[in-house]
Design a protein around this ligand. Sequence first.
Ligand SMILES: *Cc1c(COP(=O)(O)O)cnc(C)c1O
Length: 431
Amino acid sequence: MKLIAHSPVRPFHYPQENPVLHCGKVSLETLARRHGTPLYVYSADQILERFRLFQQAFAGRDHLICYAVKANSALAILKLLASHGAGFDIVSGGELERVLVAAPQAAGRVVFSGVGKTAAEIDRALEAGILEFNVESETELELLADRARKLKHVARFALRVNPDVFAETHPYISTGLREHKFGIDIRQALRLYQGAAGNRWLQPHGVSVHIGSQIRSADPFGAAMERVNKLVRQLNSSGIVLKAVDAGGGLGIDYRGGSFDPAAKVREYAAAVQAALEGFEGRLLLEPGRFIVAQAGALVTRVLHVKRNGNKTFVVTDAAMNDLIRPALYQAHHEIVPVTPRPGRAHTVDVVGPVCESGDFFARDRKLAPVQPGDLVALLDAGAYGMAQSSNYNTRMRPPEILVEGSRARLIRRRETIADLLAPEMLAEGR
Ligand SMILES: *Cc1c(COP(=O)(O)O)cnc(C)c1O
């Protein structure tokens, strides 16, 4: 088997002069020795490279790339992207606080999505002066108007419309069909904009869509934007001129590392979105998350045991589903490669973590290069929805995170301690 399971689309590689897996110029062996395992490692260079692909593909028009914070909300990554002009798509008050800490200057470049914003979250966002609320229901629009009036801050809003477009992806992350909880039926939108137009605390600013995540084809994005453009034209004829169209996020990557040209993919996506928006002169907002950070990250873990049960071989690692839940939750595929390859044949194994349930696996019946207890392996493409979806299940401390910039590796989050985990708990009242 070829040991080089990485491809040029990833920042992880085996330099010829030192065939140990590196992130850019930094050896993962060295990082694991210094910081322990499990350990998340990200390439800042690749994050910026991916971000620039979007900037370049949309350079011909007024646009703002609002990175979807939920994909990876590390403060250092938010700061990095903000310093290169990124805006942010947030889905909670907590994510707003992250943006305000990491990049307070970017508050005016924030769009706030989500089906269940609370009054407190809305108030905080109004006071921070965010760019736009992406409103997902009629009652949310009423709540927004009410809070805006109380705080005497005009609320710029977009209706997040549900275009009823099918996008081929995992059912949990498909969001653009009428049967999903997201958005407002596009057929109701005109009426709601007209109703809001008379309210001095509501400013119809844009219209938004987000049809799902890990969508590999550009076609559904184009189909959704065509429906949005039709609505924009209807609004124009009724005297409501929107400043912005928000195309959402959702562009997918190739987790199997096949032939995949990220630059071509973004250009194809941009072409589909822009063609469908013909005639719209305003600003285009985009909310990519996964595409920017997924392939920049790896989860590095140490093999604890290699055991046989019946005719199956299990490779037990010190990382588990609490660190990276995607395989358990979405049956997601992550490539797994040895950090220091050994000679020998690949074996068919299950790669599993120590958590007490059978759902705790990273790979099943996978051909894996030979490994022994004590070896390091890397789970690739773990930069998006990895650490962001991690938990403390089984009272496991979450791993540290390292951001690599050129030859410099920076600890951007330390490993959690047992004191961190127990701090909010009380044994007896008031103690
Ligand atoms: C999750 C989400 C995104 C980002 O999706 P990706 O697949 O990571 O690009 C963008 N916008 C909204 C509203 C989301 O919920």
